[in-house]
Design a binder for this molecule. Structure first.
Ligand code: ADP
Ligand code: MG
Length: 215
């Protein structure tokens, strides 16, 4: 069998159903951030990814997250933080598209601006992946609505925007509810000092991937 080129999804250790799904989605080759970050993400390493908007960061962490989910275990296995409801909805929808070849993966969004009670009911029903904004996630944690003690992966998407919006205290509070032994993935378009210092505190020996060019 021919060895796939390093920008082919086939070069990754993904299930054949997911490779077909990606091809059905029109994803022919990996973007630079996917090619550079995905092998380490799939190995369970901590990864810091910096690349511009539109470069395919969601699938970079999404394929990693989905590959480590056990649908038979009922509990939150991944927490993804996003700065806004719109971005959380977008990430959750993209993840659902990638998850359609993995039966029974439940993805729940938890954002502010809507009542807490229905979200609490959804949490009782169960979810494997929670995507939300830091304030609302912290709120559910403080009310004991959300158990992150079994989480394996923690993703910070658009970390620079979350810090700009003043979410650092909420993020720090959330981290106290996550197991110390976990995979942490952080994506950001820019890297101010505040992010550098945060990564040093919350990540373990991370690989940094920076994509300067287009794509
Ligand atoms: P970012 O988070 O870096 O801003 P997104 O993850 O939202 O970017 O991706 C931008 C667009 O590119 C989305 O429409 C997504 O479906 C598409 N995309 C992602 N990866 C690929 C790929 N490998 N091939 C083709 N399109 C892709
Ligand atoms: Mg994005």
């Amino acid at each position: 069998m021919k060895t796939p080129a390093p920008d082919q999804f086939e070069s990754l250790n993904l299930p054949p159903e997911q490779l077909k799904n990606l091809s059905d989605l029109g994803y022919q080759t990996m973007t630079d951030i996917q090619r550079l970050a995905l092998p380490s993400i799939l190995e369970g390493k901590d990864v810091i990814g910096q690349s511009k908007t539109g470069s395919g960061k969601t699938a970079a962490f999404g394929l990693g997250v989905l590959n480590s989910i056990n649908p038979r275990f009922h509990g939150v296995q991944t927490l993804i933080l996003c700065p806004t409801r719109e971005l959380a909805d977008q990430v959750a929808n993209d993840l659902r598209t990638l998850a359609r070849v993995i039966p029974n993966v439940k993805i729940l969004t938890l954002c502010g601006g809507t009542p807490l009670a229905p979200q609490r009911a959804s949490l009782e029903y169960g979810a494997h992946i929670v995507v939300g904004t830091p304030g609302r996630i912290e709120d559910h944690l403080s009310r004991n609505n959300l158990d992150l003690s079994q989480a394996k992966t923690f993703v910070l998407d658009e970390a620079d925007r979350m810090l700009d919006m003043g979410f650092q205290p909420a993020i720090e509070a959330i981290i106290n509810h996550l197991p110390k032994s976990r995979q942490t993935l952080l994506f950001s378009a820019t890297f101010p000092d505040s992010i550098e210092s945060m990564t040093r505190r919350i990540m373990s020996n991370p690989l940094t991937v920076k994509v300067e060019s287009s794509h």
